[in-house]
Design a protein around this ligand. Structure first.
Ligand code: IMP
Ligand code: MG
Length: 338
């Protein structure tokens, strides 16, 4: 069975946190990261902080195998450092067609004023690597990199076989719905689609085996670059709470994230286009002090947000509120699935 995690807002919804929790709780056999190193996850585990840009957040489960697919893009140095830091050498698998972003591609992106200034690209070279791939130029595949030779294996062949043996696969989608090249707020988008069907294609799996699709939502929306926010928060005092308690600072870009009020229509569209079956909420602690059960919620803002979620759960295919995260640690989650 395959479960997929998707961002239903402007990226940075806390997908890494949810992926880490699900990898542990649901005992994922495989976690796959798609997309590029512009998408960072921050994982808090046993008092240590892991800022990841290359490997799946599911590394927190020592039994989970970690996969980079044909639709994954990496910066070699960052990847090798993360593998070392997390001591995951013996459980990394990389598809031969995973792309290694070159220095030239990174430089080309950083020297492009349209991308860097108007669009607010993170500058990791992902867009340029995808452009070169589309133009059928010579690009650097993982299979051609000596340091990666010990990790190379065909991911579609492996995972299709493992599905037939009832293994559990978790796909960690990157970025958010507003950043989708197809369905997002063009031109303020990333260089690929950011919805569930594309993530599957990037891994090399068909849609037949999908179990749950988790749409991840925060009680507000953030954007690290320019582009629309329905109701942007500009009050500096209020913003400070998001930047400090909410840690809303770009994990790759280090920019303070812009914050906007919750966007109902964005969430509704994201649920529809991803056919989300579950909703996972993160940063709930910004609305309410820690609780053990959802019935303990007392704050007016938190109650109103739960009402909005209830309305979203009536959007076809009727996603159920499944997880409520209320802090950075992997365990700080109320699991409503049982
Ligand atoms: P690019 O994908 O680096 O070209 O960036 C294009 C736009 O998407 C910019 O506004 C970035 O800030 C935004 N973006 C890219 N990756 C992420 C992410 O992982 N989280 C949030 N925003 C992102
Ligand atoms: Mg991020």
């Amino acid at each position: 069975m395959v479960d997929i995690i998707v961002g239903a807002q402007g990226g940075d919804e806390g997908k890494g946190k949810i992926a880490a929790y699900l990898a542990l709780k649901d005992k994922a056999d495989y976690c796959v990261k798609v997309g590029g190193p512009n998408a960072g996850h921050t994982v808090f585990l046993n008092g240590k902080i892991y800022p990841l840009k290359s490997i799946p957040a599911g590394f927190v489960n020592p039994k989970t195998k970690l996969i980079l697919a044909a639709g994954s893009y990496v910066i070699l140095e960052w990847l090798l450092n993360e593998i070392k830091e997390t001591q995951t050498e013996n459980r990394i698998i990389i598809d031969p067609n995973c792309v290694v972003i070159t220095e030239e591609q990174r430089n080309a992106e950083r020297k492009n004023p349209h991308l860097m200034n108007t669009i607010g690209s993170v500058g990791t070279g992902l867009g340029m690597a995808i452009k070169d791939r589309i133009e059928r130029k010579k690009i650097l595949f993982a299979k051609d990199v000596k340091e990666l030779s010990c990790f190379i294996k065909s991911v579609p062949e492996l995972l299709n076989k493992e599905i037939s043996r009832s293994k559990k696969i978790l796909i960690e989608g990157t970025q958010g719905f507003k950043l989708s090249l197809l369905h997002g707020e063009y031109p303020f988008v990333t260089s690929r689609d950011t919805t569930a069907s594309t993530f599957l294609a990037e891994v090399g799996l068909g849609p037949k085996y999908v179990g749950d699709i988790y749409a991840i939502l925060k009680p507000y929306v953030s954007r690290v670059g320019p582009g629309p926010l329905e109701k942007e928060i500009t009050d500096e005092k209020e913003l400070e709470k998001y930047h400090t308690q909410g840690r809303e600072v770009g994990s790759v870009s280090k920019r303070l994230r812009r914050i906007g009020e919750f966007e109902y229509e964005t969430a509704k569209k994201a649920i529809m286009i991803n056919s989300a079956t579950k909703i996972a909420v993160t940063h709930f602690d910004l609305l309410s002090p820690r609780i053990k059960k959802i019935l303990e919620v007392k704050e007016k803002k938190a109650i109103n947000f739960l009402k909005i979620l209830n309305k979203l759960s009536k959007v076809y295919p009727y996603p159920k509120l499944a997880l409520i995260s209320q802090g950075p640690n992997t365990e700080d989650i109320i699991d409503l699935r049982k």
